[in-house]
Design a protein around this ligand. Structure first.
Ligand SMILES: *Cc1c(COP(=O)(O)O)cnc(C)c1O
Length: 450
């Protein structure tokens, strides 16, 4: 049947059956392949010359591209780049915008991995960062901007104190300076909030979290609004307006408003190389098909859990923007009409020992470092994600010895509350048996039932 019929065993074992069978699957086909066969001699030359079609998965893959289109659409963006992790999305975005000597202004309340990348990695390339403490104050952002500032960076909902930033106000400041506001929208998801609609220029995500949704794969995505203005901002981003190394037209000349994302797609992502597996891209695409359903249920559960925790005597405070007690609640009502997300922290009066007892007695909640999963998760930041922060830094994030971070899943609410109830009872028992720590003695007496 095939041209290989007459060939030897080894030739047939690699070639027979390798021709794609033409079919029309309803689900997204997984093009799990390093590269693509060229149609003919000119097709190969054309691909390398213009980038048309597919040649090698590091520079493009139909499965990956299908998911990129879906995510660009859901974030109200124009073009997206999927990468291997959320950390890669942050790194590739900033490497696509910044050069040695540049400066960026960043919200203080950001993911630890991003913070480390800025302070330990970008700093080695002469790129410096200033952090804004009072992120609600537009003037604090304005004051931090220098002549070398090229990016403002923030998270939409901060992990896990739930600080919110007025995206439109900060985007307006970025715009005054002709620089992009980049928003890590991992905790909000595009179902709850679309920063590009409020003036941000680029959105990044850890797709490992809510987008994939089931904790099975890592991925990240960069989504651009397609509105790079070479006339206004070209001088600030010379790599986007300069002729190419070989004298060809600049990215701005070739791609207009898409120059920024084109540079990321063609020059930064494939060269630094954190390519996502097409299989992982498939899982993310599959996850996103149920994003609205999951996030709606997770937000509804989280609000009920947060209200319930706030009413418990063992709990000193709950940092959830859905609660009127949160300082950014009014902002949340404006920016998050569909729900307030499902990742937040709360602090036990019983301190470290209570936290230990809590994480060791949950049954429905899973004790792990992840978020945005269909399953409810709990973590003790003080001894894990924030263990190497100074006490001042922990204070700033509201991370105390008794603080726990939760990511609320889609389980039945009654089962979650029952699990939390028995875990809180275990903390009371630990407080009776344990000794006061870290000045929490006052709290401990509160915890012990009379
Ligand atoms: C998890 C996370 C990241 C990093 O994503 P990975 O997929 O783990 O690399 C970045 N930002 C935020 C807000 C996150 O929660």
């Amino acid at each position: 049947m095939s041209v290989f019929g007459e060939d030897g065993f080894s030739t047939r074992q690699v070639h027979v059956g390798a021709d794609a069978i033409d079919a029309s699957p309803r689900a997204l086909p997984i093009h799990l392949t390093a590269g693509f066969r060229f149609g003919d001699f000119d097709g190969a030359a054309n691909h390398f010359g213009t980038g048309d079609g597919f040649g090698y998965t590091r520079t493009g893959n139909p499965t990956i591209e299908a998911v990129e289109r879906k995510l660009a659409s859901l974030e109200s963006g124009v073009q997206a780049q999927l990468v291997a992790s959320g950390q890669a999305a942050v790194a590739i975005t900033l490497l696509g915008l910044l050069s040695a000597g540049d400066h960026l202004v960043v919200s203080n309340h950001i993911y630890e991995g991003t913070r480390g990348f800025l302070l330990d990695s970008l700093s080695r390339f002469g790129i410096t960062t200033d952090f804004v403490g009072d992120i609600d104050d537009p003037d604090a952002w304005r004051r931090a901007i220098r002549p070398t500032t090229r990016v403002l960076f923030t998270e939409s909902i901060a992990n896990a104190r739930n600080d919110l930033v007025d995206i439109a106000a900060i985007a307006a400041i970025a715009d005054e300076h002709g620089i992009p506001l980049v928003v890590d929208n991992t905790l909000a998801t595009p179902y709850l909030l679309r920063p590009l609609e409020h003036g941000a220029a680029i959105v990044v995500h850890s797709a490992s979290k809510f987008l994939a949704g089931q904790g099975s794969v890592l991925g990240g995505v960069i989504i651009d609004d397609g509105r790079f203005d070479a006339e206004r901002s070209g001088a600030l981003f010379p790599h986007l307006v300069a002729r190419t190394r070989t004298g060809g037209p600049s990215f701005a000349e070739q791609h207009g408003g898409l120059a920024r994302i084109a540079y990321i797609r063609e020059s930064v992502a494939p060269r630094f190389g954190p390519t996502i597996s097409p299989l992982n891209a498939f899982f993310i695409g599959q996850g996103v098909e149920t994003l609205s359903l999951r996030v709606r249920q997770q937000s509804a559960n989280a609000l009920e859990v947060a209200r319930w925790l706030e009413a418990r005597p063992e709990v000193a405070s709950v940092d959830y923007i859905g609660l009127p007690s949160h300082r950014d609640h009014a902002l949340a009502e404006r920016y998050l009409p569909r729900g307030n997300g499902s990742v937040f922290q709360f602090t036990l009066r019983g301190g470290l020992e209570a936290a230990r007892a809590f994480v060791e007695s949950v049954r429905v909640f899973t004790h792990m470092t992840h978020l945005g999963d269909v399953r409810s998760l709990v973590l003790h930041p003080g001894t894990t994600s924030h263990a190497f922060r100074t006490d001042d830094e922990k204070d700033l994030q509201g991370v105390q010895p008794g603080t726990l971070r939760v990511s609320i899943g889609i389980e039945d609410l009654d089962d979650l509350l029952q699990d939390l109830d028995s875990a809180l009872r275990a903390t009371a028992a630990a407080a009776i048996g344990g000794s006061p720590i870290d000045g929490q003695a006052e709290g401990l007496t509160d915890t012990v039932p009379a």
